[in-house]
Design a protein around this ligand. Structure first.
Ligand SMILES: Nc1nc2c(ncn2[C@@H]2O[C@H](COP(=O)(O)OP(=O)(O)OP(=O)(O)O)[C@@H](O)[C@H]2O)c(=O)[nH]1
Ligand SMILES: [Mg+2]
Length: 438
């Protein structure tokens, strides 16, 4: 995929997972039709584009062949898609036959890479394709669709246009000051400011986009027997974790993932924290502490029926936690909990469990966040910095055209988001995250 010459190869790969009843093998590149005509009895014919037709394959299978002309294909190159039976044997034989006729096995993401190189899509849309394939929740799918539809591409282009207008005004006033007069600095600063405001808005919401994309991990910690495992089971509606009346039941970390209003949340049940002579338990406690450090959120569970004890205090980690007061079914009144503020719950009756879950998404704004991922937000931070430098220059005694350097750099950085001005390395890195056949 690296060399420019590789773009002229005809490539082939299954675009479906193996193991299904049907598999689709895609050929893309100038020799696609010619190869398909050798490996099957299919003939393109005079008006054969985008028409599905049954064909017999030389390796013995039969299936449907559809050819796409470059202007209308996914990759922007001549493409043929062959649907055959999904067995490994049949797919393998067809790939082998295509290979013999000169097709090279496509690398992961190479079909989409070609679509990008042929200008059919930008880098954000390519990322949208990848995210659509990987989406597990509806919210992830909405974000992916928005990227793939070119939503971010258009918005970035809009901001680049605004910056180009400012750039033109500055350049005109420095090059043709006699004709156009002095630069209206306030107006230029305002225009730059409005781009910065928009970028900052994206950045502020990007943490929610990340939450949707990457999900969150919640570690359940606390001393033994307070009901962490019971709570994991209650939260996830499973019997994932073993529950007994004996303190020290959970020895290893146990995790279960659920969808909380579109966010993939992985709950991690841990071994109760206490000093122990038992080596297995001690190793379990070490793992609990490690999970405590790496989780996005920590729920510290205590047994409300016993009150807040010294052992609870001793087990408290040195990081912000949400206190969860479990076994509230054993209390007649939860208004005066032994340690506040805490979320009163009962893993037994499930009282309060839904409210506790809701705390994970309470700060998520109702509106859909822009589909900004980590790669984009790092660039947005850089673009904002360049624009800061531009406004500072315009506010100083330095000649106005010094600001153009910073504005140009902001435009270039935004171009890295869409891939227009991205280096080969950056582009490669994006496509390395793709799966085969995409
Ligand atoms: N009444 C009542 N009992 C509960 C509740 N939650 C857990 N228990 C009981 O408390 C005991 C310990 O529960 P576990 O879920 O195993 O506790 P744990 O914190 O995972 O304990 P370790 O794994 O030993 O650290 C069991 O007998 C549970 O049935 C609750 O909300 N109410
Ligand atoms: Mg347990």
């Amino acid at each position: 995929m690296t060399g420019a010459a590789a773009l002229f190869d005809t490539i082939v790969a299954p675009i479906t997972q193996t193991g299904g009843a049907v598999a689709v093998v895609r050929l893309s590149g100038a020799k696609s039709v010619a190869i398909a005509e050798v490996v099957s009895d299919w003939r393109q014919g005079p008006a054969g584009w985008a028409t599905a037709r049954l064909a017999q394959f030389r390796h013995g299978d039969e299936g449907i062949v559809t050819a796409f002309q470059p202007a209308k294909s996914y990759t922007g190159d001549e493409t043929v898609e062959m649907s055959i039976h999904g067995s490994q044997a049949s797919v393998g034989a067809l790939l082998e036959a295509c290979h013999k006729e000169g097709a090279r096995l496509a690398e992961p993401g190479e079909f989409t890479y070609r679509a990008f190189m042929n200008g059919r899509i930008d880098l954000t849309q390519a990322e949208g394709v990848r995210d659509t394939v990987l989406a597990k929740t509806e919210a992830q799918l909405r974000q992916a669709n928005s990227l793939r539809d070119g939503h971010l591409r258009e918005q970035v282009a809009g901001l680049q246009d605004q910056l180009l207008t400012v750039l033109a005004a500055i350049e005109a006033s420095t090059d043709f000051s006699e004709e156009v007069g002095e630069l209206d600095r306030a107006a230029a600063q305002n225009q730059i400011g409005s781009v910065q405001v928009e970028l900052s808005k994206w950045l502020a919401l990007s943490q929610y986009a990340a939450l949707i994309r990457e999900g969150a991990t919640v570690a359940l910690i606390g001393r033994p027997n307070v009901g962490k495992s019971s709570l994991l089971n209650a939260l996830t509606g499973t019997d994932r974790s073993i529950v007994t009346a004996h303190p020290g039941t959970t020895r290893d970390t146990v995790s279960e993932t659920i969808d909380v209003q579109g966010i993939v949340v992985r709950f991690i049940d841990t071994a109760g924290i206490r000093e122990s002579l038992d080596e297995i338990e001690r190793l379990g406690v070490e793992r609990s502490l490690a999970e405590t450090n790496s989780a996005d959120v920590v729920w510290f569970v205590y047994d409300a029926s016993q009150g807040w004890t010294e052992a609870d205090e001793a087990a408290m980690p040195d990081r912000p936690v949400t206190l969860v007061a479990n076994k509230c079914d054993l209390l007649s009144d939860v208004s005066g909990l032994p340690r506040e503020p805490a979320w009163p719950v009962s893993a037994l009756t499930r009282e309060g469990v839904a409210d506790l879950l809701a705390t994970l998404v309470q700060d998520v704004p109702g509106a859909e966040p822009p589909p900004v991922n980590r790669r984009h937000s790092a660039l947005i931070v850089e673009a904002i910095e360049s624009l800061d430098a531009a406004t500072n220059t315009l506010a100083s005694a330095v000649p106005d055209d010094m600001a153009t350097v910073h504005i140009r750099s902001a435009i270039r950085i935004l171009g890295e988001v869409t891939g227009k001005t991205a280096s080969h390395d950056v582009i490669e890195r994006v496509f390395q995250t793709f799966c085969i056949g995409k």
